[in-house]
Ligand binder design. Structure first.
Ligand SMILES: N[C@@H](Cc1ccccc1)C(=O)O
Length: 504
């Protein structure tokens, strides 16, 4: 009998006495497990091998599970502390027992929610009793955790107990199908009669292509049922997809897109915005300064003079400036932009694309950089949805109407506004939205109508309303993420990004 080379190898490695798994056959033949599986299917079809499938469950402790395996389940620790405190005789104050147990933070909740369920005692109006007959050494969950922390395999463990541990997030259970193969009688007979290798080719190689050997080759047939490795093509990141949607919506609302530098002169990032040079947000605590080159030399001189004058003396007959320090070196020095309002200043001043005639609307969806403390809603960089409308006689109604329209495209209908303060807008409003999962009200943006101290030096003679909204917060409202680090940065689960559905 003649067979393709890989099938011959698998057949020779298989045994009639003992079923071997695909992994074992792969090790014995030096072939990839997927190739072995493909060959085994072919051999099964020819009646030479018999395949069996079994489901294999593997159980691993989660971090929390590991901790409890080492330190004891929180409810057991609570019970032991309760017994020591005499709670088998009389109810004891819960706070006292918790204090004595050494349980901390979340462990306290875990202990309390499992204590009565497992018959360790009762909890009532802040007091706790312990059941004298309860016996932690018979706690099935604790025993299973111990067994798993050792080398025990999950097979011997009680299914209900495992279920319970999985529900508590103490173990991860994964199932996989394990295929094994055994020689059939025909297989043994054929092997004894002698099996030869056909010239059939299972895999096209670059060498075969360059030598043109493929032209005369006899290719094995495809087996579409064979197990194959998962391949993941590149996809657009969820956040990037959301950014694209935001751009579509804004273009649909009549806006054009702004472009400009991530590293910019402090003049464009702050001075032009009537941010005094000694403002706390401009200190090295908050600012990512860039050391080289040492600044932008070619700032528009007239504009710099007008901005300096606004800072020193204010604007208009009743205007009063900051009388704060002013240094042109500071204006020229470079930093990573902390907002994209530098782009708005460049466009409104005419610096970027020449003078603009009202009405005009511009936006950008771009990265900004802030020296924040990392937490579930803050990263060192995020995407800001910057935008502005330049027109005669704008009012707060126009501002609110624009946001209502914008967010309604994403199904968000309950935006809230809170009066706010920005050195560059008056009035100013923060925007809030309700998180669909937690119900918490979270800040999603900042906005306002530019002050004359900003517009007059820029040479803008009508009103300009403007805003900066956080793209990640919009995504949180739309998709229910609770932690920004689930979508951004090194801790992101790749499978999640590959499979995430974009809601729009
Ligand atoms: N620059 C502001 C957003 C904003 C832009 C324009 C006007 C008002 C507010 C921020 O970063 O929060």
């Amino acid at each position: 009998m003649k067979l393709p080379r890989q099938q011959v190898s698998v057949l020779e490695a298989a045994s009639a006495d003992e079923a071997k798994t695909m992994d074992e056959l792969a090790a014995a033949t030096d072939l990839e497990p997927e190739t072995v599986t493909g060959a085994a299917f072919e051999l099964e079809e020819r009646g030479l091998l018999e395949l069996t499938e079994t489901a294999e469950t593997s159980v691993a402790l989660t971090d929390e599970g590991e901790t409890y395996a080492a330190e004891g389940l929180p409810e057991v620790r609570l019970y032991e502390a309760a017994v020591d405190a005499g709670a088998t005789d009389d109810a004891v104050q819960m706070g006292q027992v918790i204090g004595a147990s050494g349980l901390e933070g979340n462990e306290v909740d875990v202990a309390l929610s499992n204590y009565a369920r497992k018959g360790y005692g009762e909890i009532d109006s802040g007091e706790l009793t312990a059941d004298a007959d309860a016996d932690p050494s018979e706690d099935a969950e604790a025993a299973a955790l111990d067994a798993l922390a050792g080398d025990a395999d999950a097979a011997g463990l009680d299914a209900d107990v495992l279920d319970q541990l999985e529900r508590r997030g103490l173990v991860d259970v994964t199932e996989r199908t394990v295929r094994s193969a055994r020689l059939t009688e025909t297989g043994v007979t054929e092997l004894m009669a002698g099996v030869e290798t056909t010239g059939e080719v299972g895999q096209l190689t670059p060498e075969m292509l360059s030598s043109r050997a493929w032209e005369d080759a006899d290719f094995a047939e495809y087996n579409v049922e064979a197990d194959a490795e998962d391949l993941h093509g590149g996809t657009t990141h969820l956040l990037r997809q959301t950014a694209e949607e935001v751009k579509d919506v804004l273009v649909g609302m009549g806006f054009s897109e702004m472009e400009g530098p991530h590293v910019d002169a402090d003049f464009w990032i702050n001075d032009a915005l009537f941010m005094p040079q000694d403002h706390p947000a401009r200190t090295h605590w908050d600012r990512f300064a860039v050391a080289e080159p040492d600044g932008i030399q070619e700032l528009p001189e007239d504009l710099v003079d007008r901005v300096e004058d606004a800072h020193r003396n204010g604007v208009g007959p009743d205007g009063d400036g900051y009388h704060s320090p002013w240094s042109e070196d500071f204006s020229r020095s470079l930093a990573l932009r902390g907002h994209t309002t530098n782009l708005s200043m460049r466009y409104l001043s005419g610096e970027q694309i020449g003078d603009l005639e009202p009405p005009e609307r511009y936006f950008s969806v771009e990265k900004v950089y802030r020296n924040d403390t990392l937490d579930s809603t803050h990263l060192l960089e995020f995407f800001q949805i910057e935008g502005w409308v330049m027109a005669e006689d704008l009012s707060v109604r126009d501002l609110m109407g624009t946001f209502t329209e914008f967010y309604s495209h994403f199904g968000i209908e309950d935006i809230e506004f809170k009066p706010h303060y920005n050195p560059y807008t008056e009035p100013s409003f923060e925007l809030f939205g309700r998180h669909p999962r937690t119900g918490e009200v979270i800040e999603i943006g900042n906005s306002g109508i530019f002050r004359p101290e900003v517009l007059e030096p820029l040479g803008v003679e009508c009103d300009v309303m403007a805003w900066g909204l956080a793209l990640e917060r919009l995504l949180m409202l739309v998709s229910g993420f609770e932690d920004i680090r689930d979508v951004h940065g090194t801790l992101v689960d790749l499978d999640f990004l590959r499979n995430a559905e974009v809601v729009y």
